[in-house]
Design a protein around this ligand. Structure first.
Ligand SMILES: [Zn+2]
Length: 475
């Protein structure tokens, strides 16, 4: 019957399906099928406890070789982190994204491959010590896989300029104000005589930040697929968050301890440096404040930011163009080498240490937590989102003891969570964004189920879906 329909030219519906960040915050991956093409929007890594991490090695829910295009909203790991795996498993289509996202994704994917190789070696050593005679432990993908994936990056998207992705699928990238190069993606789809539009929010930025532009006004769309990270709460104003941060630093230094800030390397680090530098100039922080940015990725991300001044607020761009560095002050040290990172451990007080990963799932921050979490005089300041199951979330939720590198460490340091620095829109901004689109169909993704449910209760005049993994909808 199906073949007969095809013979008579029966039109197929446009299909929208969901393969990650479904009732969860990480692993973003959505698919549109239209005019005989398959287009993925993002292909991110699941991040969290082991259980979530295991999802990464599971089948995608579609054949990677059948994907024609990937449109990448931005370079955060939970949006681009499964791209090397997609390529390793047979994808040979084209990846389209903005110029800054392409540069940042390269950095993020290589770093992820490196961490996975390290993790695999660590688990292999543990297995060897035990009696395990099981399968060799392989990383999800290697640095070579990440390098191979770069060959698939094709056309470069420019904000607000439509791209004919394929016949019947036109994409427009719109500034999402979340991190450098981040975009919402507006798809105009034609299937026979049928036309529809879908707007993918990507991650929407917070408004009024010092570095990036605010998210652009979204176009009208029949359907939206939107993030709901902070769909259940309002952020404190940025100004009071900055004050809270200065107070946390001053207080900790008085006690004689260090301040550890687990931070996402992309943009968050630069924003904090900007505020610290301002705090020193305004006398809110002492001139001798020592700051270590212990993240090779943050160092490279700062360089990439300086290559894309058009993405920055005009005042900041002008400062940089005139040769001033708005992120610099005398006590700032960037540490790239391992030995330099280890040397930070000998500093007993009076330092701000910024290191990734923001959710403490890996990276150098775990070493600094190992040295400072057990100290009553030190503090840990969380400035970004922490997904369920991550070390950051355990600490934020009040764990009395955590395990780092096999050591049980009592949590004695003072813990701060300052959400006003968030790179994500809050509930009010998300609701306003959705309303501006006028969408009749709203698909909620990239949020915890409880958060989504609370957000959905505020949506009116639209049909709301909270897709399950691999659920398919006809548009
Ligand atoms: Zn993001």
């Amino acid at each position: 019957m199906k073949e007969a329909d095809d013979l008579w030219g029966k039109e197929h519906p446009v299909k929208l399906s969901f393969h990650g960040a479904d009732q969860g915050v990480t692993g973003s991956c959505h698919m549109v099928e239209c005019a005989g093409k398959r287009v993925l929007i993002d292909c991110g890594l699941y991040q969290g406890g082991r259980e979530l991490a295991e999802l990464n090695s599971q089948p995608f829910g579609f054949d990677p070789a059948s994907i024609d295009y990937v449109l990448l909203t931005h370079a955060h790991l939970d949006h681009c982190g499964r791209l090397p795996l997609l390529a390793k498993r047979g994808f040979h289509g084209e990846i389209i994204t903005t110029a800054p996202s392409r540069e940042l994704a390269r950095l993020v994917m290589l770093d992820a491959a490196h961490l996975q190789e390290e993790d695999a070696r660590y688990r292999a050593r543990i297995a060897q010590r035990g009696s395990s005679t099981g399968q060799p432990i392989a990383p999800l993908y290697s640095e070579l896989d990440a390098l191979n994936c770069f060959d698939h990056f094709g056309r470069t998207a420019v904000y607000d300029e439509p791209i004919e992705v394929a016949a019947g699928a036109r994409a427009t990238f719109i500034n999402a104000g979340h991190i450098l190069g981040s975009a919402s993606i507006y798809l105009q789809l034609t299937e026979g005589s049928r036309q529809t539009t879908v707007l993918f929010s990507g991650d929407l930025g917070n408004y009024g930040g010092p570095l990036l532009h605010d998210p652009a006004k979204p176009p009208a769309a029949a359907n939206v697929v939107m993030e709901t990270t902070y769909g259940d709460r309002l952020h404190k104003p940025l100004g009071s968050s900055v004050e809270e941060f200065y107070d946390a630093v001053t207080d900790t230094f008085k006690r004689g301890g260090n301040v550890v800030v687990p931070t996402f390397a992309l943009e968050r680090a630069q924003e904090l440096l900007y505020f610290i530098s301002q705090g020193i100039n305004q006398g809110r922080l002492t001139k001798s404040t020592q700051v270590f940015v212990d993240s090779p990725m943050a160092i490279s991300a700062t360089e990439i930011m300086q290559r894309h001044l058009e993405e920055l607020q005009p005042e900041i761009a002008t400062l940089i163009r005139e040769g001033h560095d708005p992120f610099h002050f005398p006590g700032l040290r960037f540490t790239r080498e391992n030995a330099e990172s280890v040397a930070i451990n000998s500093i007993h007080g009076g330092a701000i240490i910024m290191a990734g990963a923001g959710m403490c799932t890996g990276g150098r921050v775990r070493h600094h937590l190992q040295h400072n979490l057990g100290r009553e005089d030190s503090s840990v300041v969380f400035v970004g989102y922490a997904a369920i199951g991550t070390l950051a979330r355990h600490i934020i939720d009040g764990a009395k003891e955590v395990n780092i590198f096999g050591d049980n460490i009592a949590v004695r340091a003072r813990i701060y969570t300052i959400n006003g620095f968030s790179a994500h829109a809050d509930q009010a901004n998300l609701l306003a964004w959705q309303k501006q689109t006028g969408a009749k169909g709203t698909f909620l993704v990239h949020g915890e189920k409880d958060t989504m449910t609370k957000f959905a209760a505020h949506l009116t005049d639209t049909c709301v879906e909270m897709p399950e993994p691999h659920q398919i909808f006809e548009l």
